[in-house]
Design a protein around this ligand. Sequence first.
Ligand code: SF4
Ligand code: SF4
Length: 434
Amino acid sequence: MSTPIERMALTAAVPDAFHVMAKPTGAICNLDCRYCFFLEKEQLYPGSHFRMRDDVLERYITQLIDGQRSDHVIVAWQGGEPTLMGLEFFRRAVALIERQRRPGMTIEHTIQTNGTLLDDAWCAFFAEHGMLVGISIDGPQELHDRYRVDKGGKPTFERVMRGLRMMQRHRVAFNVLTTVHRANGDAPLDVYRFLRDDVGTEWMQFIPIVERVDTPDGTTVSDRSVGAAQYGRFLTTIFDEWVRRDVGRVFVQTFEAAARRWMGMPSGMCIFEPTCGLAVALEHTGDVYSCDHFVEPAYRLGSIREQQLIELVASPQQRAFGAAKRDMLPGMCRSCEVRFACHGECPKNRFIATADGEPGLNYLCAGYRQFFNHIDRPMRLLIDQLRHGRPAQSVMALLAARDAEFARAVQHAGRNAPCPCGSGRKAKHCHGRA
Ligand code: SF4
Ligand code: SF4
C-alpha cells in the first residue's frame, strides 16, 4: 500500500500516454530468423507454455485503458509470433477492449507478424477491426531468404508474399518492417524499389541489425550485422530517390521522423528522442520490462498481476531508465551538429568508444552522422515549402530544377576546372568523370 506522498509523486510522474508492446506468445515463433534477438528470451521462462492466459489478458486490457490519460489508445501485439495464439484469442481481446473503452476513446489495433500463418479468416478479422498489420520482409527473395528462414532452415519469402497478397485482397491496412543487415545493406535501391513497386506498400520502416558478440572488449558485432557506414549509405541512397520522386506518396519512418526534428517537433521514434522509457514490453506472464530491447531480469519492472501497469511505467526505475538515454550521452554527441535529430540513437547500440576513448558512443554513429548531414539541405528545402503553405511534394520539382542546373554547370566546367559541387577536386576527378 503506497503512502499519500508516494501517490502524489506517482500522479506527477504519470505520462499522458505510453506504449505497450504485448507479447502473448513471449519469444515463441514459428520461424528461426538468424538475427532475431528475441528467440533467446525463451530462456527467461523455463517450463512455460508461452501463452498469455485470459486472466492476464483481462488485467492487461483493463490496466492499459485505465492508465491512459489520452483518449487515443494503441493496442499493439508483437512477438515472437503473436498469430500463434490463434484468432480466438484476438477476438476475445477485441471484445474486452470494446467493453472497457471509455466513451469518446479511440482505439488503434496493431499487430506485428511474419505473415506466414495468415489466411482468409485472419485477414477478414484485420479488415473488420481496422487492425494495422506490420509485416516483416527484408527485400526481394534472395535478400529476404538470406536470414529469414523457418525452424527447418527453409526459406520463407513465398509464404510471406502469400500472406501479403491475401491482406491486399482483403484491403487490410499494412506497413512493412525491413531489417537492414550485412546481406541487404549494399542493395538499398533494390530493397526500396521492391517494397514500393512489387509489394506496393506506402509505409516502410527500416531497422538496423546490430548483434553484439561476446568478446572481452564488448565492441564486436556478428558478421550478419549491418556496418555503420553501410547503414548510412543505405539510408542516404534511399533518401535521394525518395526526396526526388516519392514525397507524399511513400512514407519512410526514419525520413518522417527526421522531417519532424527539422521542424522542431517530436520525432515520433523513441530512438531519436532525448529520453525514452514510454514504451514498455509486456511478457505473456504479465511481467513488464523497460523496453522491448531490454527484456532482461535487471530491467523487469514488475508484474501487472501484482501492480498497476501505470505504476510500473511511472516508477522511479523506469524514469531512471528513460533519463539515462540523455544522461549517459558521451561528450562527442553533446557537441554533435546533428544531435537535435539523432540524440545518440538507442542505448542498446551504444557500446563503442569515441576517438578520445570515452565509452558509450553508438555503434551506428558514423552512418547516422553521414545520413543526417546529407539530408540537411533537402530537408531545409522541404520544410521551407511547408512553412510557405506549399505541399511537401513541391520539393521534388525544386530539386529537379537544381539537379538540372547542376548538370549543366558540370557539363560546361572544363575538365581541369574545380568541380561545381564544391568538393575542391578537379571536375574530371569528381562529377565530371566520364
Ligand atoms: S531503449 Fe531504445 S528502443 Fe527502447 S525505448 Fe529507449 S530508445 Fe527506444
Ligand atoms: S551522429 Fe553520432 S555523435 Fe552525433 S548524436 Fe548521433 S551518435 Fe552522437
